[in-house]
Write a protein that binds this ligand. Structure first.
Ligand SMILES: Cc1cc2nc3c(=O)[nH]c(=O)nc-3n(C[C@H](O)[C@H](O)[C@H](O)COP(=O)(O)OP(=O)(O)OC[C@H]3O[C@@H](n4cnc5c(N)ncnc54)[C@H](O)[C@@H]3O)c2cc1C
Length: 410
């Protein structure tokens, strides 16, 4: 088997690995230390490329411990050291231009590939090697160094960083191998589960009538009445999707009821006054006129049936009970979750390496020497909206700083 030596070896070349290598590269070059990244896929950073619908929502101005699930103390320590503006400064350094939309940051180029390219240019400039088609299958300590075994080579390194991501989205690059490697180093794993997925709904007939509709809405679960930020939801023939749906998916179970407020811009009272005034003004017109300009056509038609209104009724004949039913429906329309989605449709995974076995300041393993574990492989997951990538970059940069500090002390 071919043997190769490195000083710092990173397993994975996704978001957290690239951030770690980028932060470390200048110090490593100065100290004449070799960084190698091993990537199982034919090309690296596949999740960055598909992220944010191909636009890569790489951080969020509102990233804070409450937008993450996991050990809050651990997450707080990481976000305190690497808040959203540190992420922006980091990308400024790498030369990425970006824009902000509702607290979410995207590359100015409008393409996720801009993020990958800025990393690759930076790393090439510092002579960092990314070896693709190299799947690490085994790690072991030998004579105070790490041995990493891939399908056709053995790599020897002092510092080892596990940046293998989670098992979500296996059709891109998601894999269980990271958990296996971490276990080989003595780490315990919390069983991963799909996180951040759309809802498959039971109301298939209704969905056929509104599939394709995109609308700003509030959503919440009956059993988890936390109302996430108003955002766009998208109906499909199978269910409903959108950032706020993905965020709620963490708490969903099959059979749970999900409520949608289709007019979050109005309170119930404001909507009542608006509709009553409109009914007075257009008293001779029919039911549909009450909603025109307010909602998409197909949704109005569904509402008329759902709220048992008569299409040909004149607005002058509307009863208080009709208004009450319309408001109740529009402000809290109930749907039922049919099934939860599998890892293939989940943008991330909950569970992973127990953070109680990782130093939050440095991402250093407390189970094994000179080992660092970063990114989604850890038992931390997040809301939808740039928070997952922020965490991947944060942990990558913090691990790099810790290794860099040690290199400077040697
Ligand atoms: C469709 C989709 C859209 C998303 N959109 C967003 C978004 O807009 N904003 C956001 O914040 N988050 C988004 N995410 C989540 C985000 O992409 C991940 O949280 C992030 O990429 C995790 O970074 P990571 O470095 O931990 O893992 P990854 O980026 O997944 O990188 C891990 C890498 O390690 C490699 N690897 C694994 N095991 C081995 C091994 N044994 N040997 C060698 N290589 C190995 C993998 O091939 C992979 O390239 C999205 C995810 C998906 C699937």
């Amino acid at each position: 088997m071919r043997q190769e030596n490195a000083d710092i070896l990173i397993i994975g070349a996704g978001a957290s690995a690239l951030a770690c290598a980028a932060e470390l590269a200048p110090i490593a070059q100065k100290k004449n230390k070799k960084i190698i990244l091993l990537e199982a896929q034919k090309v690296c950073a596949r999740k960055i490329l598909v992220s944010g619908n191909g636009r890569c929502n790489f951080t969020n101005a509102k990233a804070n411990p409450n937008t993450y699930y996991g050990d809050k103390k651990f997450i707080t320590e990481i976000l305190t050291q690497f808040p959203p503006n540190a992420c922006l400064n980091f990308f400024d350094k790498l030369g990425l231009k970006y824009i902000c939309e509702n607290d979410r940051y995207f590359p100015l180029a409008g393409k996720a590939s801009a993020v990958k390219e800025c990393f690759l240019n930076w790393l090439e400039n510092y002579g960092v090697q990314i070896l693709e088609n190299q799947t690490a299958v085994k790690i072991k300590r030998q004579a105070s160094l790490w041995q990493v075994i891939t399908q056709d080579a053995v790599y020897i390194t002092k510092y080892l960083v596990l940046a293998c991501g989670s098992k979500a989205y296996p059709q891109i690059s998601g894999t269980e191998l990271g958990y296996t490697l971490a276990s080989q180093a003595g780490h315990k794993i919390k069983t991963p589960a799909p996180a951040l997925f759309g809802f498959d709904l039971q109301e298939k007939k209704a969905l056929l009538r509104i599939a394709g509709i995109k609308i700003q809405a509030n959503v919440w679960l009956e059993k988890y009445p936390y109302n996430v930020q108003t955002d766009e939801i998208i109906f499909t023939a199978r269910g409903v999707n959108g950032n706020n749906i993905l965020t709620l998916s963490r708490h969903a179970k099959a059979g749970d009821r999900v409520f949608i407020d289709f007019l979050p811009q109005f309170t119930n009272e404001e909507l009542k006054i608006y509709l009553q005034n409109r009914a007075k003004k257009y008293s001779s017109l029919k039911t549909k006129a009450l909603f025109s300009g307010l909602l998409p056509d197909n949704l109005i038609n569904l509402l008329i049936d759902f709220a048992h209104l008569r299409k040909n009724n004149k607005l002058v004949d509307f009863m208080p009970s009709n208004f009450a039913k319309i408001i109740e429906t529009l402000k809290a329309w109930p749907f039922t979750i049919y099934t939860l989605r599998p890892f293939e449709e989940a943008y991330s995974a909950s569970g992973g390496v127990l953070t109680s076995e990782i130093e939050a300041k440095t991402l250093r393993s407390i189970c094994a020497k000179d080992l660092f574990i970063i990114g989604e492989l850890l038992d931390v997951d997040a809301y939808c909206g740039g928070f997952s990538l922020h965490f991947a970059f944060a942990t990558g940069v913090l691990a790099a700083k810790a290794i860099g500090d040690e290199l400077c002390r040697i």
